[in-house]
Design a protein around this ligand. Structure first.
Ligand code: ADP
Ligand code: ZN
Length: 218
């Protein structure tokens, strides 16, 4: 079985995290989210975490070097030998080029753009709450958000600092400036597919599974 390396692109709030968790389970490949990895470092108060905390709270990007090293290390772990579902990486052209170098010939099989209009992601992000332990995502109206307790793991359910209005605007700007150029990058390589991320979560999952099977990837 060839390695299944998939890149999922999409604005903040497009549903990358939710869909990647489902696909990771369905295809038994790890969900590699640089955002989750960085947040774990912040929570653990490690030297890396202390270095990136303020940058992340403000909604700015951490350095290419730092995330490339993080992903390189992650690829060295045994479960990544089957492939990876990349969420939040690459998000600059420099990172995309570094990823090609890291993966060599057995490279990216597909890049999925989860496409959602700005108005909808803004609404989703402001009402988003997350479990600090397992990363499960809730809405502000869900019982888990109201009680502050995750029904999956019992962890604290909070609002991310970067899900507050000023940071949301900043992140969407960074996406447009730094990450949207990646659409052309993967298009040129014949790897880009667009999936409508405005559908319900189950409809999006079904569309993703269909694309992966149409391409004969799993
Ligand atoms: P979102 O896409 O919703 O902003 P993520 O969880 O993917 O959230 O990332 C949270 C933060 O972590 C980003 O705002 C940024 O500061 C940092 N980060 C994550 N991935 C990268 C990356 N590939 N390059 C630079 N910074 C990153
Ligand atoms: Zn949890």
């Amino acid at each position: 079985m060839p390695r299944l390396n998939l890149v999922v692109l999409g604005k903040q709030g497009a549903g990358k995290g939710t869909q990647c968790k489902r696909l990771a389970e369905a295809y038994a490949i790890p969900h590699v989210s640089t955002g989750d990895m960085l947040r774990a470092a912040v929570k653990a108060d490690s030297p890396l975490g202390r270095e990136v905390a303020a940058i992340m709270d403000a909604g700015a990007l951490v350095s290419d070097d730092l995330v490339i090293r993080l992903v390189d290390q992650r690829f060295g772990e045994p479960d990544a030998s089957r492939g990876a579902l990349l969420d939040g990486f690459p998000r600059t052209i420099l990172q995309a080029e570094a990823l090609e170098t890291l993966l060599g010939e057995d490279g990216i099989k597909l890049c999925i753009n989860l496409d959602v209009p700005v108005s909808l992601v803004t609404e989703r992000l402001s009402s988003r709450r997350v479990c600090q332990e397992c990363g499960n995502i809730y809405k502000d109206t869900d019982i888990e958000a109201i009680s502050g307790t995750c029904s999956n793991c019992g962890g604290d359910v909070i609002q991310r600092k970067d899900d507050q209005p000023e940071a949301i605007a900043k992140r969407l700007e960074a996406y447009e400036r730094d990450t949207e150029p990646l659409l052309a990058f993967y298009q040129e390589r014949g790897l880009l597919v667009v999936v409508d991320g405005a559908q319900s979560p189950d409809e999006v999952t079904a569309a993703l599974v269909a694309v992966i099977s149409e391409r004969g990837l799993a």
